[in-house]
Ligand binder design. Structure first.
Ligand code: FAD
Length: 496
């Protein structure tokens, strides 16, 4: 019991630091003291505004009221991402959080659709997806679906700074102690474990377990413990971003936009009070000046600040838990925000730590399991991101031609091959992305399955046509009753 973990020190007060402190305190409650140190002088990365549906589980566990959350963080609803110009310039497709149609036992809906298409059905797959229909109509309200055919999974766009501030308030109410100051020295025990952090005014913060949320640098996990980094820039060569907020559009879209350019892509994230914008690009293909000119020319609304440049190296910390340090957030690695996965990676890292929590002392088996799961999670997301780049039909720039030639991981190659051969998709070991996500991006990027599952042949052409028409009608039905997205947000934030 001597090594029992009774006190946690969180280094960093960005989205990662405050999500970690808040969830650990909420779930582990009185058993653990938590202190967090952050430096206003150093600041946070200041981006990271689009999320995916599991964030709602985080908020629920935290006991967060949705109306208050929307008000405090200036959030909007996210139903999907629209990818423009990714396969070819001038065309787009959606990756929604929903699933098309209704699947049969052992046979996903898209096999029925593939067969119907061979018989002349011209309806595109997304017409059977409620998320898509709501996104296009700009409508939203949560649907209490009795049947999963009418599920409407959603996430949020929010102001990252306001979200961290909100979580700080909740954390401090629960007893998390915050220190303002710069960590200047880090002392280790003779065995190499971290003993304490020393701040610029001499204060010492000692702990049993340290959560490194210090951002890209990884002050503890890398600078002190040298955990190493798997560099994946040969798979995902974009290495810079330039971000700039702009005035909001009159109507707030309930989805993120990802607009491909000749050597990178632009995000547009609609919030209540502004749009978040940025360009992720490859420095081998654009200079910073070109990137900044491009994003400024594509804002469509007045910029609200100067462009801010960020550099990154895609990859992951080789050991995300080492000794008594767990790296969370940017300190644990970075995958570009194409599918808005970083905040989710923070959440899943903290949940994993809670599941493996070393209350009686850190044991290597728990550390190994944590690191195994993190590696798998990062690798699966990496593969999904590569898919967007690699499968393209763009011949208009060197960047996109290079992407077509990319040597891709075998895991992805196999997934693409089986889908191209017979339309099959399988979810690997807790992959964050369900079959419907892989389906939408594979089709959207231009992989056409040569065949479909024979179960789709169990229906006569007439029966199949009726089934599809019926499903389409069911999916359309809620639209007329749903409010506009802006009306929904206004109603929620005016709620007391
Ligand atoms: C271009 C870009 C776009 C992104 N878009 C998205 C998105 O849309 N969706 C998404 O999910 N994620 C996105 N992300 C990722 C997201 O921004 C991060 O995952 C998230 O903000 C967490 O950052 P962090 O808290 O790990 O680091 P940071 O925000 O960098 O925070 C680091 C903290 O450590 C503190 N600190 C550092 N050194 C010291 C020291 N010596 N002493 C005291 N304190 C110290 C700092 O003060 C700060 O509080 C994006 C990232 C980038 C780069």
């Amino acid at each position: 019991m001597n090594n029992a973990v009774k006190k946690i020190v969180v280094l960093g007060g960005g989205t990662a630091g405050w999500m970690a402190a808040a969830l650990l305190k909420k779930v582990l409650a009185g058993a653990i003291d938590i202190e967090l140190v952050e430096s206003e002088d150093i600041g946070t990365v200041g981006v990271g505004e689009a999320t995916i549906p599991p964030i709602r589980l985080f908020n629920n566990v935290m006991g967060i009221n949705e109306a208050e959350f929307l008000r405090e963080t200036k959030a909007t609803i996210k139903l999907a991402i629209k990818f423009d110009n990714w396969r070819v310039p001038g065309e787009g497709y959606f990756h929604t959080f929903g699933a098309p149609g209704k699947s049969l036992a052992f046979c996903h809906f898209h096999h029925l659709w593939l067969r119907a298409r061979q018989q002349g059905n011209k309806t595109d797959l997304w017409q059977y997806d409620l998320n898509y229909l709501c996104a296009m109509a700009g409508k939203f309200a949560p649907i209490n679906a009795k049947d999963n055919i009418l599920e409407l999974p959603y996430a949020y766009h929010f102001d990252a700074g306001l979200y961290a501030r909100y979580l700080r308030k909740l954390s401090e109410q629960m007893g998390v102690v915050r220190h303002e100051g710069k960590v200047q020295q880090v002392f280790q025990h003779p065995n190499g474990d971290i003993k304490c952090l020393v701040l610029d005014d001499g204060r010492e913060l000692s702990g049993d377990l340290f959560i490194d949320c210090s951002g890209f640098r990884g002050l503890l996990i890398q600078d002190k413990l040298n955990a190493g980094y798997d560099d994946w820039s040969h798979f995902l060569p974009c290495d810079r971003a330039v971000a700039v907020p702009s005035e909001r559009f009159e109507k707030t879209l309930p989805y993120t936009r990802s607009i491909a350019h000749s050597a990178g892509w632009q995000w547009r994230i609609p919030l209540q009070h502004r749009n978040g914008n940025g360009l992720v690009y490859s420095s081998a293909h654009y200079t910073d000046e070109q990137a900044s000119d491009l994003i400024m020319a594509n804002l469509e609304r007045k910029a609200l600040a100067e462009p801010k440049f960020l550099r990154f190296k895609t990859g992951r910390r080789r050991q995300q838990w080492q000794r008594n340090v767990v790296a969370v957030g940017l300190a644990s690695g970075f995958l570009e925000p194409l599918e808005s996965t970083s905040i989710h990676l923070i959440q899943s890292a903290v949940v994993r730590l809670i599941q493996l929590f070393p209350h009686n002392g850190i044991c290597q088996s728990a550390v190994n399991e944590y690191n195994r799961q993190s590696e798998l999670e990062y690798t699966q997301i990496r593969d999904f991101l590569i898919l967007h780049y690699h499968v393209n039909e763009r011949s208009d720039s060197q960047f996109w031609r290079d992407m077509q030639q990319l040597a891709i991981p075998d895991s992805l190659r196999q997934k693409m091959a089986i889908f191209a051969d017979n339309g099959q998709l399988f979810r690997d070991q807790n992959d964050l992305f369900l079959e419907s996500s892989w389906l939408q991006v594979m089709l959207g990027q231009g992989i056409e399955p040569k065949d479909y599952h024979p179960i789709a042949n169990n229906f006569s052409p007439e029966k199949l046509r009726d089934m599809l028409a019926n499903i389409q009608a069911i999916k359309q039905e809620p639209l007329s009753k749903l409010p506009d997205h802006d009306t929904y947000i206004q109603t929620m934030i005016n709620r007391s």
